[in-house]
Ligand binder design. Sequence first.
Ligand code: NI
Length: 219
Amino acid sequence: MSRTFKLGVLAAAVMAIAPAAQAFEAGDFIVRAGAVHVAPDDSSDVLTVGGAEALGSDARVGVDANSQLGIRATYMFTSNLGVGLLAATPFKHNITGEGDISSLGKVAETKHLPPTLTLQYFPMHSTAALQPYVGVGVNYTTFFEEKTSGALEGLDIELDDSVGVAAEIGLDYMLSEQFGLNAAIWWADIDTEAEVETLDTFDVEIDPMVYMVGFTYKF
Ligand code: NI
């Protein structure tokens, strides 16, 4: 057998046993799309009027969960390090009475966008089909179209934007050179100051866990 032929056989054998996917390398641009679920671990200050606990000593508000379509992109600047950006269609959350005012139910709603920028570390070799990663970075959340309803209907409400730490873990499983599956979980420190007409300004912690499952496409 010629040397070229032997090398050809060897190469074919290696390709047969190696995973089909050639995963992440410097310069790759990876896009992931799927469903994103935001589950707040929420708490708020006690609501007061002129410094008095006029609605009860345990009158608080909560923020419910919401799911939207999310898109995330990673740019790999080495085969192990990338910078990731999370974007999504606007989330819409109901704000409800809690504690002494839980019987009020929904008292307001808000939309928000939580763009999140993270530095991501992919520990596996670039040829691995299975690519777990961890990331840490910053979340910026902007609230908009806040409005009151129910018992607070007609009162002005405004929620301040939030800047805080975000952390994530995720996993890409590449089924081919370009295409794969993704699952990821984040935690983000999202706190806002709420101004509701007639009430004193109060803090609301949202600090959600964010879950996403979807598809991965590598350019
Ligand atoms: Ni917080």
